[in-house]
Write a protein that binds this ligand. Structure first.
Ligand code: IPM
Ligand code: MN
Length: 348
């Protein structure tokens, strides 16, 4: 398992660049289309990758019932990274693929940080913003704690717990501070709802204060999540790094996409920063079944997710080249955008 840590610093073997081993999950809907463009762009950087396709997602589930068996999960553990397009199809009831595939990967591979960068010019603004949301990715209301009693009766009860462990919260917050310490503005905002969710909020606030004391060079702030929604639209420039819980982070990052050029540009990294296994990279958008095969899907979010992957694998120069190419915002069909970015990245 040390392989992953070693790979980041030791990309050569016998004088030849060692190929990063990437598990590809194109998935459903537009997932395979945008993933193909992302792989094309990665190859254009010259970074050596070796890919293996994994047929997973809603369509696979409908075909033979496989969602993500322990056997397949164990195969995924042998890769350096997982690149995912999108999963989910309208023919499968909500929750099955989300919980059985996406959340299973996040939980079982301990992908405890969900890093979502946002750069762009929000509607009504003239200067661009540049901030990153660090979303806790293995706890909160996502753990599936709770249950239903007397379903379908007038006395039905549904409970849905939120789990917040000191260990889980603190490691996520520490990651946010470590990231902020490397950034120019060196600032972290905690976003929560400490005025209502007093138990979880108190734990988050104390863990935040504890970690902040280790980073005297990093400035801090706190926003309630409802206020943060206003600031995302009215004053996104105030943010550098934001750290927040799983569900707040889910909602806030869709808003982040909406004020940063749209969900077609929103990239995401599900990270296991301790590198005990592969991390998973995916665009934030879904499978968009309504536009499959039309060429309308913007592959930029998938391409930028691949840039996050390369950065995590230690290929910083290639990642920067991809970001610079994406900044030119080429237009056209899925393939035309992918080709234009690939050509820029290759320097052609
Ligand atoms: C996301 C998605 C997922 C989430 C869904 C598909 C389970 O919305 O990655 O933001 O809620 O985390
Ligand atoms: Mn979401």
């Amino acid at each position: 398992m040390l392989r992953h840590a070693e790979k980041a610093t030791c990309a050569f073997y016998d004088g030849l660049p060692m190929a990063h081993r990437i598990a590809l999950i194109g998935g459903d809907g537009i997932g395979p289309e945008v993933t193909a463009e992302a792989v094309k762009v990665v190859r254009a950087t010259g970074v050596a990758i070796e890919t293996t396709d994994f047929d997973l997602g809603g369509m696979r589930y409908l075909r033979d019932g496989e969602i993500l068996s322990d056997d397949v999960l164990n195969q995924l553990r042998n890769y350096d990274a997982i690149l995912l397009g999108a999963v989910g199809t309208p023919d499968v009831p909500p929750g099955i693929i989300e919980r059985g595939l996406l959340l299973k990967m996040r939980f079982d591979l301990d992908l405890y940080v969900n890093q979502r960068p946002f750069a762009g010019t929000a509607p009504g603004h003239v200067t661009p913003h540049d901030f990153v949301v660090i979303r806790e990715n293995t706890e909160g209301p996502y753990v599936g704690e709770g249950g239903v009693l007397r379903r379908g009766t007038p006395h039905e009860i549904a409970t849905q717990g939120s789990v917040n462990t000191r260990h889980g919260v603190e490691r996520c917050i520490r990651y946010a501070f470590e990231l902020a310490a490397q950034r120019e503005r060196k600032h972290v905002t905690l976003v929560h709802k400490t005025n209502v969710l007093t138990f979880a909020g108190d734990l988050w606030q104390r863990a935040f204060n504890h970690v902040a004391a280790e980073f005297p060079q990093v400035g801090t702030a706190y926003n309630h999540v409802d206020a943060a929604c206003i600031y995302f639209v009215e004053d996104p420039h105030r943010y550098d790094v934001i750290v927040t819980d799983n569900l707040f982070g889910d909602i806030l990052t869709d808003l982040g996409g909406a004020v940063s050029g749209g969900i077609g540009l929103a990239s995401s990294a599900n990270l296991n920063p301790s590198r005990t296994g592969p991390s998973m990279f995916e665009p934030s958008h879904g499978s968009a079944p309504d536009i499959v095969g039309t060429g309308k899907a913007n592959p930029t979010a998938a391409i930028l997710s691949a840039a996050l992957m390369l950065e995590f694998l230690g290929e910083n120069e290639a990642a920067t080249r991809i970001r610079t190419a994406c900044d030119t915002a080429p237009t056209g069909s899925t393939t035309e955008i992918g080709n234009a970015i690939a050509a820029l990245v290759a320097g052609k």
